[in-house]
Design a protein around this ligand. Structure first.
Ligand code: WT7
Length: 635
C-alpha cells in the first residue's frame, strides 16, 4: 500500500539549457550509464582511482558471500585521508572547507588547513581518553562546526561514530548508545532553535542514567546556559582542546576499505531502530562521485546542503562528499524562518550559495510565506537546486524552480536512503526533468519495479522498487544483527538476489521513475523517517494505554501526518486532557517528530486472525476509501 497516490504529469518537460549541458561534469548521461553497465567493476575502479589510497585494492567487488558484498578488497584508506589530509598538501589548504552561521548570527569559517588542525587536535584528545580503532563513539549535538570535527576525528582514528539526531529524546538516545555500546559521548550544552535553547546536555544526563555504559561525556559550549557537569565523567571540549596533548599533528589510522566508518540508526518496521553500517572505502567512492556528477560540483561552488548532520543526508553530503571533493560546504544552525521567513534566502545571498539542497517539506513550508520574502534577496548566485527525503509534489517543484531558481536552475530530485549511502535515482544536469520524478538511475545502478513475484510491472503501474546489482556505498549489515539485515532487505527476492528498498514506484513510458512512498510500516513525516512501531511503543509505555496503532495520513505540508488509535486500559476514560498528555508523553519518549497530529480512542482495532494490526484498514477508513479485502480480518 503506497502512502500517497498521484498521477504523474508526464507531459510536462523541462529540458536543460545547452550552456548547462556543455559545462556539466558529465554532459552525456546515456553514454556514461551504458559504459557503467558494460563493466561495473572497471567503472568503479576508475572512480576509485580519483581518490588517494595507502594501498590499492586487489579486487573491486567480492560477491562470493551474498548479500555481504565487499568493495575494493585489500585496499587501505581512511575517510580523513581524502576529506582532509590530501588537501592540506595543495593550495586548497587555504580554501574554505566549512562556512558556518549560527542562528544568533555568529559566523565561523574554517579553511581546510584549520579544519585539519582542529580534527587532528580532537583526534589526539579522543586517543588520550582511550578511544581506539573499532571503538564506537556516540555524537549527540546541534548543528555546529564541532559536529563535523568530531565525526572526522573519529574517522581519523578509526573509531566508528554513531550520530544521533539532536531532536531525539533521551529514550531514543539511550537505546542507540546501548546498541552501539559507546563508552564516549560527545554533545553540546545546548542548541539554538527559533531563538530558544534546546537543552541537549539535560537529555544526555538522563540518557546516560538509563544507559550506564557511557564513561566519558565531552561537552561543546554553544549556548552557555547553566548545565550540570559530573566530575570524572563530563569534560568541556574547549578545556580538552587546550591541553598539550591536543597537538595539531595526528597520525591517520590506516583502515581497510571494508572497516566500518559509521553506524547510523534508522527506523524500520519494528520498534527497535536499525544500525546501518557504512565503511571507509566504497562509501568514499560512491558519495564523492554522486555529488560531483549529480550536482555538478566545481572548484568555485558554494554548496549548501540544508539538512542536519545527524541524518544520512548530512553525513554524506554536508560533511564527507563535499570535503572529499575539496568543496566549500555551508552549515546553518537554526530554523529557516528565524527571525523572519527570509533567513534562508538571506544566507544564499550573503554567502553567494551556488547550489542548495533541501527537502520538499521545507520548500512547502517556505512557500506558504509567499514570494515577497525570497524576492527581497539576490538569488542570482544559484545554479542548481536539489530535493530529497520524500516525493516532491509538482506544485512545490514549480515554485522552487521559478521563484528560487529563477527558471534557470535544474531541480536535482535525489531518491536514496540511509541504507544506500548516496543518491540512487537522480537526474544529472544534462537530463530532462519532469516535476515530481527523480528521473533516472545513477550510472552503475540497476533499478527495476517488480511485483511480489519479481516480475517487472508494465509502464505506469505500481510495483516494488528493487536494486538489482550491488553498489559501493551499500549498507554492509545492520550493526550486530546480520539476520535482520538479510530478512529486511534480501529475503523477499532471495532467489534473484535483489535489494528491496521498501518503496512503491512506477516507471512511465519514457523510462522515468516516480517514487510514490513507503510500502512497509515506515512513515515519512516532514521528510523524517519513523517506524509506526516506534510511535506505538511510545504510546503504550504510558500507563493509560493498553494498545495502539499508528498510520500516516497525507498532509499538504508534511507529506504525511501521524494518526494514532489507542485502546485505553480498563477504568481509564478518554478526554482531551489525556490526548494532550499522551502527545507530551510521545514527545518525551520518542521525540518531537513522533508526536501524533491526532489521537483517537477506540474500543478495538482491526486485526488479522494471527493478531497483526491491519493498518491498511484503519487508513482506508480514515480516508473514507473502500476497505478492500477483509477476508483475513478476525472480526
Ligand atoms: C526514504 C528513505 C536519503 C536521504 C533522506 C532520506 C524516501 C527519499 C526521496 C525522493 C521520493 C524519497 C523514500 C526512501 N525518499 N528521497 N527524492 N523521492 N521519496 O533517507 O530517512 O533513510 O528515508 O525516503 O521513501 O525509502 P531515509
Amino acid at each position: 500500500m503506497a502512502e500517497q497516490g498521484f498521477t504523474p504529469p508526464t507531459s510536462e518537460w523541462y529540458r536543460p539549457s545547452a550552456d548547462m549541458v556543455a559545462q556539466a561534469n558529465v554532459p552525456d548521461y546515456e553514454t556514461v550509464y551504458d559504459s557503467a553497465r558494460q563493466d561495473l567493476a572497471a567503472f568503479w575502479a576508475e572512480r576509485a582511482e580519483t581518490l588517494d589510497w595507502y594501498r590499492k585494492w586487489d579486487q573491486v567487488l567480492d560477491d562470493s558471500n551474498k548479500p555481504f558484498y565487499k568493495w575494493f578488497v585489500g585496499g587501505k584508506t581512511n575517510m580523513a585521508l581524502n576529506a582532509l589530509d590530501r588537501h592540506v598538501n595543495t593550495w586548497r589548504r587555504n580554501k574554505l572547507a566549512i562556512i558556518w552561521e549560527g542562528e544568533d548570527g555568529e559566523q565561523i569559517s574554517l579553511s581546510y588547513w584549520r579544519l585539519w588542525q582542529e580534527v587532528n587536535k580532537f583526534a589526539n584528545v579522543l586517543r588520550s581518553m582511550g578511544v581506539a580503532k573499532g571503538d564506537r563513539v556516540t555524537i549527540y549535538m546541534g548543528r555546529v562546526p564541532e559536529i563535523a570535527i568530531a565525526m572526522l576525528a573519529c574517522a581519523k582514528i578509526g573509531a566508528p561514530h554513531s550520530v544521533v539526531y539532536g531532536g531525539f529524546s533521551e529514550q531514543a538516545l539511550a537505546s542507540r548508545i546501548e546498541d552501539a555500546q559507546s563508552k564516549v559521548l560527545i554533545t553540546c550544552d545546548g542548541a539554538w532553535l527559533r531563538g530558544k535553547i534546546v537543552r541537549l546536555k539535560d537529555t544526555v544526563d538522563e540518557a546516560v542514567q538509563r544507559s550506564p555504559v557511557v564513561e566519558t561525556v565531552i561537552v561543546v559550549k554553544r549556548t552557555g546556559h547553566d548545565i550540570a557537569m559530573e566530575s570524572g565523567r563530563d569534560y568541556w571540549y574547549h578545556d580538552l582542546m587546550a591541553l598539550p596533548i591536543a597537538s595539531t599533528q595526528a597520525e591517520t589510522e590506516i583502515m581497510d576499505a571494508e572497516d566500518p566508518l559509521f553506524i547510523l540508526y534508522t527506523s524500520g518496521t519494528t520498534g527497535k531502530p536499525k544500525g546501518v553500517l557504512h565503511t571507509h572505502g566504497g562509501y568514499q567512492v560512491y558519495t564523492s562521485t554522486t555529488l560531483e556528477w549529480a550536482f555538478d560540483i566545481k572548484e568555485e561552488d558554494r554548496w549548501w546542503c540544508a539538512a542536519d548532520p545527524g541524518w544520512i543526508t548530512g553525513h554524506s553530503y554536508i560533511v564527507y562528499a563535499p570535503l572529499i571533493l575539496g568543496a566549500t560546504s555551508i552549515i546553518y544552525e537554526g530554523a529557516p524562518t528565524y527571525p523572519y521567513p527570509d533567513r534562508w534566502w538571506k544566507i544564499v545571498a550573503d554567502y553567494g550559495v551556488s547550489i542548495l539542497y533541501t527537502a520538499p517539506t521545507a520548500i512547502r513550508g517556505l512557500m506558504r510565506f509567499g514570494e515577497a520574502w525570497p524576492r527581497r534577496h539576490d538569488l542570482s548566485s544559484l545554479r542548481l537546486l536539489g530535493s530529497v527525503g520524500e516525493p516532491i509534489n509538482p506544485e512545490a517543484w514549480r515554485w522552487y524552480h521559478r521563484v528560487i531558481g529563477g527558471e534557470r536552475c535544474p531541480i536535482i530530485d535525489t531518491w536514496w536512503q540511509t541504507e544506500t549511502g548516496g543518491f540512487m535515482i537522480t537526474p544529472l544536469p544534462s537530463v530532462g526533468l519532469k516535476p515530481g520524478s527523480a528521473t533516472r538511475p545513477f550510472p552503475g545502478i540497476d533499478v527495476d519495479i517488480v511485483d511480489d513475484d519479481g516480475v517487472p510491472v508494465a509502464a505506469n503501474e505500481d510495483g516494488n522498487l528493487v536494486i538489482k546489482s550491488p553498489w559501493p556505498s551499500m549498507i554492509r549489515t545492520v550493526y550486530g544483527d546480520d539476520e535482520r539485515f538479510i530478512s529486511q532487505y534480501w529475503e523477499k527476492y532471495r532467489d534473484q538476489g535483489w535489494y528491496l528498498a521498501g518503496d512503491t514506484a512506477r516507471r512511465d513510458e519514457d523510462g522515468y521513475l516516480w517514487v510514490i512512498g513507503r510500502n512497509d510500516d515506515v512513515l515519512k513525516v516532514s521528510g523524517y523517517r519513523l517506524g509506526t512501531a516506534e510511535v506505538e511503543s511510545g504510546l503504550v509505555s504510558h500507563s493509560a494505554v493498553a494498545e495502539s496503532a499508528v498510520i500516516g495520513i497525507p498532509d499538504e505540508l508534511r507529506g504525511n501526518k501521524i494518526f494514532a488509535y489507542c485502546i485505553l486500559v480498563e477504568g481509564v476514560d478518554s478526554s482531551d486532557a489525556l490526548e494532550a498528555e499522551l502527545k507530551a508523553h510521545v514527545r518525551h519518549e520518542v521525540g518531537p517528530i513522533a508526536v501524533p497530529a491526532q489521537i483517537e480512542f477506540v474500543d478495538n482495532l482491526p486485526k488479522t486472525r494471527s493478531g497483526k494490526i491491519m493498518r491498511r484498514v484503519l487508513k482506508a477508513q480514515a480516508l473514507g476509501q473502500p476497505l478492500g479485502d477483509l477476508s483475513t480480518l478476525e472480526d
